[in-house]
Every structure is written in C-alpha cells, then in structure tokens.
Ligand binder design. Structure first.
Ligand code: ADP
Ligand code: MG
Length: 214
C-alpha cells in the first residue's frame, strides 16, 4: 500500500485535485508545517499497517494553533501505538483542511474476469451503509462517466436538492476522467480508493487516498 502522500502525488500528476501537505516526524515540525500551510489543518498517522486511520485515533481535524498541532502529534502517535504496537510509524501528515462538501467515493479494483473496474458513488463514513455505488469496466469515455454520475441515487445532491446550490458536476467528471487515466496507465495499481472526494459549488478535492500496488 502506498502512503496517503504517495497516493496524492501520483493522482495529482493526472489532474486530481489534492490538498497541500507536509510530512513531519516531530511535534515541533508539525507546528511549523501547520503554520506554513495555514490554520486550521488536519493531521493524520502515516503507517502501512494502519489502513483505517480514524479507527486508530489517527485523524485530528480542526488543528487551529501551534499548541494544538503539538498536542495532536502526540495524540496521533500514542493512539497508533495503542491500536497496534507493531505498527511501523512513518510520521504524521499535516494537510490543508478542506471546506465541508459533498463526500463522494471513487474507487478501483481488478476483477479476475473483467479486469480494471472503476466504482463511483456516495462516500464518506456512510459509504458502507448507503451502498450507493455504480461501476464500469475500464477504459471509460466521457459519456460513460457522465452516465455514472447521473445514475447514483445521490445525484440530486449534486444538481441541488431542496434549495441547496448545485455542485460542480464538470469538476467531478474531469476528476473521474483523470482517475480513469491514472488507473489505466499504472499497470502496477491493482486497487485504490479516494474516500472522500469532496465536491463543492466550485471544484473538488480528494482528502484521502489509498493505493495498492503490486
Ligand atoms: P480514514 O483512513 O479513516 O479513511 P481519512 O483520511 O479519510 O481517514 O479521514 C477521515 C475523515 O476526516 C474523512 O472522511 C474526512 O471527512 C475528514 N478529513 C480527512 N482529511 C481531511 C482534510 N484534509 N480536510 C478536511 N477533512 C478531512
Ligand atoms: Mg478515508
């Protein structure tokens, strides 16, 4: 599994919008990084053994000061050790905190019969519960991507539900096309997910990336 930052770097190269970030190894550097990026920031554990970072107390959002960054660093490291004492800790990622938005998921897997498949749907922590996901075999053309977007049950949340302003469907389509290219062109990528991708009235931002390579 690639680290979150390696996932971001790879995805960014294909045009997927990702947050600004720094990787730090000490509380002091965490405070410096947070100050450079600009408060508030989100801080997360980096460990190949910790796949679901929140489960390990490994995600702190809303870090608003140098003191808070120091405290968050210590909390994240001690949480990770408590969760799995054998987990190899590669540091802490300090990220630009994204505005709230509609949380979507874009995923990929390799099916033994069909090959590379792209999934898209409602994301965030409710993803398991909602099961509002659509999928297609790669490669995808733009028309297919537009169909995928329209066929999820949550589509009205994108076009503007009950007075909510419409979200940036074009940014979503271009992100899906970028992810399609990323998956096609990287033979060694067998599975990945971007959960969540936050979609806004203008633009989108991936705020987590998990990429599995062979
Ligand atoms: P996990 O490994 O538990 O999936 P995530 O990186 O997805 O960890 O973080 C958990 C949640 O924290 C996300 O679903 C998102 O709501 C929020 N979050 C994570 N990163 C950011 C960020 N950079 N800005 C704002 N919210 C974030
Ligand atoms: Mg996640």
């Amino acid at each position: 599994m690639l680290s979150e930052s390696e996932g971001y770097d790879l995805l960014k190269g294909y045009g997927v919008p990702v947050p600004q970030y720094r990787i730090v190894m000490t509380p002091h550097d965490a405070a410096d990084a947070a100050e450079t990026i600009g408060f508030p920031v989100v801080m997360k554990i980096i460990s190949p053994q910790i796949v679901h970072k929140s489960d390990a107390g490994g995600v702190v959002v809303g870090v608003g000061s140098r003191e808070a960054a120091v405290a968050a660093f210590e909390k994240i490291i001690s949480g990770a050790k408590k969760y799995n004492n054998d987990a190899e800790i590669k540091g802490v990622i300090v990220e630009q905190q994204a505005e709230p938005g509609l949380e979507l998921i874009i995923g990929g897997k390799t099916d033994p019969a069909f090959g590379k498949v792209l999934t898209f749907g409602m994301g965030g922590t409710l993803v398991e519960l909602m099961k509002d996901i659509t999928l297609r075999i790669l490669p995808l053309d733009e028309e297919t991507v537009r169909q995928m977007v329209k066929e999820i049950n949550g589509y009205p949340l994108i076009t503007g539900y009950r007075g909510m302003k419409p979200k940036d469907e074009e940014a979503l389509v271009s992100t899906l096309m970028a992810v399609n290219r990323f998956f096609l062109e990287n033979e060694n990528v067998v599975e990945f997910d971007i959960n969540p991708l936050r979609l806004y009235e203008q633009g989108a931002l991936a705020v987590d990336a998990r990429v599995i390579v062979t």
